[in-house]
Design a binder for this molecule. Structure first.
Ligand code: FES
Ligand SMILES: [Fe+2]
Length: 365
């Protein structure tokens, strides 16, 4: 398992950006969820009062009990009907200290007098959007640099919402996944795509790939193969959103979040527009959407299978007819270095790139 240092990414171990930490549906039981990201443990839960999702550092400052690890025997949990979430706060199962959504201890059942200010855990900025819970992670502790992931199509009833595929852990540094945005030469051997036009664009916190061609894995339910167009953008280091047209109009999202330095948790999802252009997606639209999401998942698993077993590519043997891997790696470094220095990296990578021998996507159609 290679680390951020091994890839010479910069000052930070984990990058700056919005990252998915849970499927919102996992939090519908009021039971807290123990999650681990960025080499740290967290307690994640949905407040019973506001319904808002809360992410706290996991360990109680009193004696370091995990606030959200599964517990079935503490009377704090038993008396809470199987959960230690209380209002919008959470009560430690060991001695009953309660922490509010802001992370501050607001009740110690056996203690009179003021609660020490140090009786607090860090509360992380989270938002729920498009069925997922997102955290803004910034090693410098700054405010979000760009907006959290959202799409207008999510609120349009002619689109069928996705259901997340939980792909689990990948024991690779995220750099190996990020490289894929520039990887024109894998499209034919892995996905069975014949690339007709292709380009990459790096612009600020976004990295885009546009390409089109027939595709052997991602086919419509009737098996008819037409030209698939994909317009795919990383919005920061952890969220990839791709517009697919040619078969069913759809939007793919792949998210990955560092767990340790050199491993990630991965999710996949696909939203599909009603094929009959119904104002409200119908039951057959939902069936078609689920089938298309499955084809899309299988296409992604073609990448995933290779990543599962490959060695870290710390130094590739890249050719001019490969995509712009080195530009991608420079673009990615902005998130591992102080925000004030991001232009050092952007100055070296921003622009549009077409691999040698390829036709630019934006050339006349
Ligand atoms: S360890 Fe949490 S209340 Fe004592
Ligand atoms: Fe791929």
């Amino acid at each position: 398992m290679a680390t951020s240092k091994d890839y010479r990414l910069g000052d930070f171990t984990f990058p700056r950006g919005w990252f998915m930490v849970a499927d919102g549906a996992e939090l519908n039981t009021h039971k807290p969820l123990a999650v681990r990201f960025f080499g740290k443990d967290f307690a994640l839960y949905r407040g019973r009062e506001s319904g808002k999702v809360v992410l706290l550092d996991a360990y109680c400052p009193h004696m370091k009990t995990h606030l959200a690890a599964p517990n079935t025997t503490s009377y704090v949990v038993i008396d809470g009907g199987g959960s230690n979430v209380e209002g919008d706060g959470i009560r430690c199962p060991y001695h009953g200290w309660r922490f509010g959504a802001d992370g501050k201890c607001d009740d110690i059942p056996y203690h009179q007098g003021p609660i020490p200010a140090a009786a607090a855990v860090k509360s992380w900025p989270v938002v729920e959007s498009m069925g997922a819970v997102w955290v803004w992670h910034d090693p410098e502790g700054g405010e979000p640099e760009w907006n959290h992931p959202s799409l207008p199509q999510w609120d349009d009833p002619s689109w069928v919402h996705w259901k997340f595929d939980h792909l689990g852990m990948l024991q690779q540094h995220p750099q190996e996944v990020i490289d894929n945005i520039a990887d024109v030469a894998h499209l034919s051997p892995i996905h069975g795509s014949t690339v007709q036009r292709y380009e990459n664009i790096f612009d600020g916190h976004t990295a885009t790939q546009r390409q089109c061609g027939p595709h052997r894995t991602l086919v419509a339910a009737d098996g008819v193969s037409t030209i698939l167009h994909t317009d795919t953008t990383y919005h920061g280091p952890g969220v990839l959103i791709s517009y697919l047209t040619g078969y069913l109009e759809s939007i793919l999202m792949i998210t990955h979040t560092p767990v340790e330095d050199g491993s990630i948790k991965v999710w996949h999802a696909l939203m599909v527009k009603s094929a009959g252009n119904n104002a409200q997606a119908t039951v057959p639209d939902v069936v078609a959407a689920r089938q298309f999401q499955e084809s899309s998942r299988l296409a992604f698993m073609q990448d995933f299978e290779v990543w599962t077993n490959k060695a870290p590519c710390l130094q590739g043997l890249f050719l001019p007819s490969d995509g712009p891997f080195m530009k991608t790696r420079i673009w990615y470094k902005q998130f591992y270095n102080p925000r004030a220095n991001k232009h050092e990296y952007l100055d070296q990578c921003e622009g549009t790139y077409v691999p040698r021998g390829a036709v630019a996507y934006s050339e006349a159609r």
